[in-house]
Design a protein around this ligand. Structure first.
Ligand code: UT7
Length: 355
C-alpha cells in the first residue's frame, strides 16, 4: 500500500494548492479494465410471461432485448469485486498497491457500511481509503473525474474506479413501466499516474436538484423511514417519470458533450468512440442526430444488458476493449445523465502509443 506523505508546507500556504504550478504535470493512464455481468439472462419474452408487456413494445421504446439479473448469492459488493479484480489483473497491480478505491453505485449492499469499504476488504486492499460516490447513472463518470484529480495533484498514483449496480433488488417486478428497463452489472478501470501526456483532457459535471423527483426511491431514507405503510404502498421501490427523464436526457447529452470537448480543446472528429450511458437507444439515436454523427461512432450494448445505471459506461468500455473494438490508444467521449438530476461528460485519451 502506498501511503501519501504530504510535502512540508510553507507557513500560511497549502501545499496542495502549489502542486499544479510547481510540479511537472502528472497524467493518468487507464492500465486495466474489467467487467462482470451475472450469468442469468432474462429476455423480453421471459417478461411477457409475468407482465402485461411485449418484446415489441420494449424493443421499439427502448432498444432492450434482454438483461442480466444477479443470483441470490450475489450482492453489489461481490459484483464490484469481480469487475475490480479483473481490472487489477489486467493492470498487473496487486490490490495492496492501490492508493484509493472509488465505487459508484446507487444500490449498495447496505446504507451503512459504505459498500466501497466492503469492496476494499474483499479485495484485500488493507487500509486503502475507499469512497462511495452516489450520483445515479452518472456515478462512474463522476468517480473517474474525481480519480483524475487525485492523480493530477500527485496525492495518489494507483486508483481503482468501479461502477456497479444491482437495481433488480430495488424494482417492483409487478410494475411494467420500470422493471423491464434495468439490469445488473459492474465495470471497473485502474488509473495509474504517468508522465506520458494522456488521460482526462476535459470534462463537465452538473446537477439540477430541483428536478430530483423524476428519479426517486420515495421511502426507506430519513425523509420517510421504512414502515409497514411503506411496504404496503411499495414506495421503497425505485420510481421514475420516464417522459421527463427522456426530455432531460435529450436536452443535456449534446451540450454536455460539446462543453467537455471545448474544455479539452478538441472537436468531435478527434474522438474515436462516444460511450453514452445506456438508458434508451432512442436517446442515443437523438444524440447522434444532434451531433451530426452516424450511430456506429457510439458504443451501444443496451440490447444485451438494459440500463445498468452507474455500471453502463465501464461495462461498455471494458467489453469493447476486450473485443479490441476500442483500442488502448483511442480517445473516448463518455457522457451520462441520471438521478439527481445529474449529468457528466469526460474526454479521455487512454494510452498514447499503445497497440
Ligand atoms: O438511467 C436513468 C435514466 N432513465 C432514462 O433515461 C429513461 C428515460 N425514459 C425512457 O426511456 C422512456 O420514457 C420509457 C422507456 C421509460 C417509456 O417510454 P415512453 O415512450 O415515454 O412511454 P410512456 O411512459 O409514455 O408510456 C406509453 C404507454 C403507456 O400506456 P398509455 O398510457 O399510453 O395507454 C404505458 O402504460 O406504454 C405503456 N407502457 C408499457 N406497455 C407495455 C409502459 N411500460 C410498458 C411496458 N410494456 N413495459
Amino acid at each position: 500500500m502506498a501511503v501519501y506523505d504530504p510535502p512540508a508546507q510553507d507557513s500560511g500556504t497549502f501545499a496542495h494548492i502549489q502542486w499544479g504550478t510547481t510540479m511537472a504535470p502528472i497524467y493518468g493512464k487507464i492500465t486495466g479494465w474489467g467487467a462482470y455481468a451475472p450469468g442469468h439472462i432474462v429476455t423480453n419474452h421471459d417478461l411477457e410471461r409475468t407482465l402485461d408487456t411485449s418484446d415489441e413494445w420494449i424493443v421499439q421504446r427502448t432498444g432492450i432485448r434482454e438483461r442480466r439479473i444477479a443470483g441470490a448469492q450475489e450482492t453489489t459488493s461481490t459484483m464490484a469485486v469481480k469487475a475490480g479484480s479483473s481490472a487489477l489483473a489486467k493492470a498487473n497491480l496487486p490490490a495492496t498497491d492501490l492508493d484509493l478505491i472509488l465505487v459508484a453505485t446507487s444500490s449498495p449492499d447496505h446504507f451503512t457500511p459504505p459498500v466501497s469499504s466492503q469492496v476494499q476488504a474483499a479485495l484485500g486492499a488493507s487500509n486503502v481509503p475507499a469512497l462511495t460516490i452516489v450520483t445515479g447513472c452518472t456515478g462512474f463518470v463522476y468517480a473517474l473525474v474525481v480519480a483524475y484529480q487525485f492523480i493530477a495533484t500527485g496525492a495518489y498514483s494507483n486508483i481503482l474506479v468501479v461502477g456497479v449496480e444491482l437495481l433488480s433488488r430495488f424494482l417492483n417486478w409487478q410494475d411494467r413501466s420500470m422493471c423491464v428497463l434495468f439490469g445488473d452489472a459492474a465495470g471497473a478501470v485502474v488509473v495509474q499516474a504517468t508522465d506520458q501526456p494522456c488521460g482526462l483532457k476535459g470534462f463537465v459535471l452538473g446537477s439540477d436538484g430541483s428536478q430530483s423527483q423524476h428519479i426517486i426511491m420515495p421511502a426507506g431514507g430519513s425523509a420517510r423511514p421504512f414502515s409497514a405503510d411503506v411496504l404496503a404502498e411499495g414506495s421503497h421501490y425505485l420510481q421514475m417519470n420516464g417522459r421527463e427523464v427522456f426530455k432531460f436526457a435529450t436536452r443535456v447529452v449534446g451540450p454536455a458533450s460539446g462543453q467537455a470537448l471545448q474544455h479539452a480543446g478538441m472537436g468531435i472528429e478527434d474522438v474515436d468512440w462516444i460511450i453514452p450511458h445506456q438508458a434508451n437507444l432512442r436517446i442515443i439515436q437523438a444524440a447522434a442526430r444532434e451531433m451530426g454523427l452516424p450511430l456506429d461512432r457510439f458504443v451501444v450494448n443496451i440490447d444485451r444488458y438494459a440500463n445498468t445505471s452507474a455500471a453502463s459506461i465501464p461495462l461498455a468500455l471494458a467489453e469493447n476493449l476486450d473485443y479490441r473494438r476500442i483500442k488502448p490508444a483511442d480517445t473516448l467521449l463518455l457522457v451520462s445523465f441520471g438521478a439527481g438530476m445529474t449529468w457528466a461528460a469526460a474526454v479521455v485519451q487512454m494510452q498514447p502509443g499503445a497497440e
